[in-house]
Design a protein around this ligand. Structure first.
Ligand code: URA
Length: 230
């Protein structure tokens, strides 16, 4: 982790205040004053500020059931942020591993560990996300096969990665995808002449949604580890 981030995670300083402390020569790494805010520090490094050893707070891993009409952002926009539902300290340090649209509901994973969320969001890691999708029209018979092979989305050069479609009812399906292009699910169904009217994420990797709308919980260690080395 960068030195300035480490200082924020181990003190109450904001990023600009951490930079000032570094520039003033207050911070040492393994006993040597460090003026480089982007220096990478690891658990086995000893970081001090004015001689006091700094210990980083542990990373946080949170599961939330996103209500409809909320946005996955800390920034004030037309809709309230889902972070309003999260009564924890230092919310500004947290980010969402795979955002949902304002009208989409369901499972979001929230963390301050950027390396961990990379395992969830980067398509190469092939982390599966399962969506329950309500459609305006009954699903056509050939759609599962088309999604399995990948389809062309408007404005995209590459086909979508293979996706799994399970029909629940004529107008309701489960869709499993391993990437997260902008409005991907809505655009996939639009590409086959249908329209999404409800979208709910039920599962990411091995983690299943098990809290009510607007509620959250910390992930278990087992759940956290399940995303690593995939
Ligand atoms: N695909 C969408 O179209 N919207 C979402 O919120 C998530 C996936």
């Amino acid at each position: 982790m960068r030195l300035d981030k480490f200082i924020c995670k181990s003190t109450d300083l904001l990023k600009n205040e951490a930079t000032i402390a570094i520039n003033k020569g207050e911070v040492a790494v393994n006993g040597v004053v460090c003026l480089e805010e982007s220096k990478q520090v690891h658990e086995n490094n000893t970081v001090t500020q004015n001689g006091n050893v700094l210990i980083a707070r542990p990373f946080r891993y949170i599961l939330m059931n996103k209500p409809s009409g909320t946005i996955c952002s800390n920034v004030d926009e037309a809709y309230p942020s889902l972070f309003n539902y999260l009564d924890v300290d230092k919310v500004s340090e947290l980010h969402i591993a795979g955002r949902l649209d304002a009208d989409t509901t369901g499972l979001v994973l929230i963390t301050d560990d950027g390396h961990w969320s990379f395992n969830i969001t980067v398509p190469a890691k092939q982390c599966q996300k399962v969506y329950r999708v309500g459609l305006t029209r009954p699903i056509a018979e050939d759609v599962a096969e088309k999604f399995k092979h990948g389809i062309e989305l408007q404005g995209e050069k590459e086909l979508t990665r293979p996706a799994i479609l399970e029909v629940v009812e004529p107008n309701e399906v489960l869709l499993t995808i391993t990437e997260g292009k902008f409005h991907q699910v809505k655009r996939m169904f639009a590409a086959v002449g249908n329209r999404v009217i409800s979208l709910h994420r039920e599962k990411i990797g091995q983690v299943e949604l098990d809290v009510e709308s607007g509620r959250w919980r910390y992930l278990s260690n087992e759940e956290v580890i399940s995303f690593i080395h995939k």
